[in-house]
Design a protein around this ligand. Structure first.
Ligand code: GLA
Length: 389
């Protein structure tokens, strides 16, 4: 992939100058969904799938972007003095947002760049292709302009800031954190309230992580996501009249049950219930994994799905079908929707000797019942973003 990218870069922008290359991964979240903007815990891992960039400095303030994944519009041009979101700027609103966020922090970019990217994360699949692009851009800027004081964690925060304030998606920190901070063989147990984290080895012995892409992309994902976030905030405010909590993540299940009637709207109550229970499930799931109790981990994944389906209502019929099919296959330890929801992917833990059956059954039944093709990825936990070569 890198060779093709470099070749394309030279074809578009010519030879000469110092060419630098970078990579930032996508992520899959094993458990802890819609908890990251509620002060709860998440448990994602970086993938080995991700986004690559080839970059060269310019002497003027021009920015030229090209994506091999969105080749149609060709090279998209912009300028360091014009960092504003525009619909016609398409995917370049992500890197431009990060550049804008650097400027907001007083980190001045003193010259333009030629950038070409390509990636192997399926777009719109909920595996964080946009967060990978944000972290990738952050790393390019840190490296190019010598912002040595910025840590990888800072790059995650800058990526989130730009997505919230430039791209209008009020996401939490999970995706950018996983892309920036991933560690091979491990998932990240992150407390989103304090940003304290711990790497937990993902030792599944005779099983693997399998991602299934439903190939369903619902429109209005951003607005539905932002609605969920608002509903959780409303619930929190009402609960705060009863209890001295900072976030929903501060509550145990029992503490929530004792004060939940303070939340007037039943929809907001369901949303808050999910956030509280999902956080506790995540803490329990990581403890189970540490004790090599993969079965319990899987049960908690299944419970997470039910809660996301019924209480948080971010699943859809295609995803529910994939999960229901998976639950019926012997050798499937756990299966659930992963990521923001409203389509996208499921994540499953599947015993090695059941992977073929899993793939064949889901593929054919899903096609039969929806007319859609599902795609499968047997994945490993990869490292965070880095410069390559
Ligand atoms: C999206 C957001 C994350 C997180 C997940 C749901 O991926 O970008 O911050 O909220 O949804 O867990």
């Amino acid at each position: 992939m890198l060779e093709q990218l470099i070749q394309k870069f030279q074809e578009l922008y010519g030879d000469g100058g110092e060419l630098r290359t970078y990579f930032a991964p996508g992520r899959v979240n094993l458990i802890g969904e819609h908890t990251d903007y509620n002060g709860g815990h998440v448990f994602p891992c970086a993938l080995t799938l991700g986004t690559y960039a080839a970059v060269r400095n310019r002497e003027d303030n021009k920015l030229r972007f090209y994506s091999m994944n969105f080749a149609k519009p060709g090279v998209i041009e912009s300028d360091l003095n014009d960092l504003v979101p525009r619909p016609e700027a398409s995917w370049t609103n992500y890197p431009k947002g990060v550049m804008w966020a650097f400027a907001q922090r007083g980190l001045s970019l003193t010259h333009g760049l030629d950038i070409a990217i390509c990636g192997d994360i399926p777009n719109g699949s909920g595996l964080s292709s946009s967060a990978s692009l944000e972290v990738l851009t952050g790393l390019i800027l840190k490296d190019t302009f010598g912002f040595d004081e910025l840590t990888m964690q800072d790059l995650a925060l800058i990526g989130q800031y730009s997505e919230n304030n430039f791209n209008g998606m009020n996401c939490g920190i999970m995706d950018q954190f996983a892309s920036a901070m991933g560690k091979q063989g491990c998932a990240i147990f992150l407390d989103t309230n304090t940003l304290e984290y711990e790497y937990a080895p993902v030792c599944l012995e005779d099983a693997k992580i399998v991602i299934t892409n439903s190939n369903v992309k619902h429109s209005l994902v951003t607005s539905a996501y932002n609605d969920r976030r608002r509903e959780c905030e409303t619930a929190l405010k009402e609960l705060q009249t009863m209890s001295d909590i900072r976030t929903l993540g501060d509550l145990t299940e029992d503490a929530f049950e004792a004060i939940k009637d303070a939340i007037k709207d039943p929809v907001c109550r369901k949303r808050a219930k999910h956030a509280v229970y999902e956080n506790r499930r995540t803490i329990r799931a990581v403890a189970a994994l540490k004790e090599n109790n993969v079965e319990e981990f899987g049960q908690l994944m299944n419970a997470s799905h039910r809660s996301l389906r019924d209480d948080f209502e971010v699943s859809c019929k295609e995803i529910d079908l994939l999960v229901d099919l998976a639950w019926q296959i012997p050798g499937v330890v756990g299966s659930r929707i992963t990521g923001g929801g409203f389509g996208g992917c499921t994540v499953s833990i599947v015993k090695n000797d059941a992977i073929d059956t899993f793939r064949e059954t889901l593929k054919s039944e899903y096609k039969k019942q929806t007319g859609l093709d599902a795609q499968f990825y047997v994945v490993d936990c990869g490292s965070g973003a880095s410069r390559i070569r």
